[in-house]
Write a protein that binds this ligand. Structure first.
Ligand code: C5J
Length: 238
């Protein structure tokens, strides 16, 4: 239990296709790729021809969820998509894809695009990791591919994930699919995920909870926040 966590036990969250039960002690909040390279002008997302302002709506609700998760004693994990400065971990296919003017490794207004250590690669100020929180650097779309995320979660006894971030149909979806196949239960917070394509967001979210929760569960962040706030206080130590 963390000093800020004065409540204990599992919580039931109204969700689709049915309620999601999580214990904060065995749950990790995954914050996927909330990087300048995706959310701000001059980065990878903009270089792909996207309107980055479409992702801004995620920041405020996600900030509230991050604070609530910390207060509840949940593990918080942030991911960043990007590559080594020598690009040795970047498949040539990914490098060539899109025939971009401002592609991976190229120098842009926020440093080299999607390269670790550059300004654009870092997480936006509003969602900066707190000291001691886990940051996973990933070369692919899925957060489990070529990273140590799985042992990090298993070593902490994590069995369920609250998944947030960008973009819904790319890195969020790939990560939820990877997590599902590894036996983690995933709750995706719809208002804490975003896409450059609103229609892809909507359908991507629907795909997760369809067919009895084929990949997991979906809820609005308010449902999680209300459930955490209503938790009974932990019994006083005897
Ligand atoms: C993309 C991501 N969209 N984080 N990456 O290329 O979803």
């Amino acid at each position: 239990m963390t000093p800020s966590d004065s409540a204990a036990g599992p919580v039931n969250i109204p969700a689709e296709p049915y309620e999601f039960v999580l214990d904060p002690a065995t749950t990790a909040l995954l914050v996927i790729d909330m990087q300048r390279d995706f959310l701000e002008e001059g980065g990878f997302g903009a270089g792909l021809g996207n309107d980055v302002s479409l992702l801004a709506r995620v920041v405020e609700p996600l900030s509230r969820v991050v604070y609530a998760a910390r207060a509840a004693g949940m593990t918080v994990v942030h991911t960043r998509e990007g590559h080594r400065p020598d690009l040795a971990d970047c498949p040539p296919t990914k490098l060539a894809r899109g025939r971009l003017e401002l592609g991976i490794g190229d120098m842009g207004p926020r440093g080299r695009v999607l390269v670790r250590g550059e300004e654009g690669h870092d997480i936006i100020d509003e969602l900066a990791p707190a000291p001691g929180e886990i940051v996973v650097d990933k070369p692919g779309k899925g957060a489990f591919y070529a990273t140590d995320l799985e042992p990090v979660l298993r070593n902490r006894g994590i069995v369920s994930l609250v998944v947030t971030g960008v973009t819904t149909e790319v890195c969020v979806h790939t990560t939820v699919r990877e997590a599902n196949d590894r036996g983690f239960e995933c709750l995706v917070l719809e208002d804490c995920c975003g896409s450059y394509f609103p229609e892809f967001h909507e359908v991507g979210i629907r795909m997760i909870a369809a067919q009895g929760g084929i990949f997991g569960w979906v809820a609005a962040s308010g449902a999680l926040l209300a459930a955490l706030a209503a938790r009974p206080a932990a019994p006083a130590p005897s």
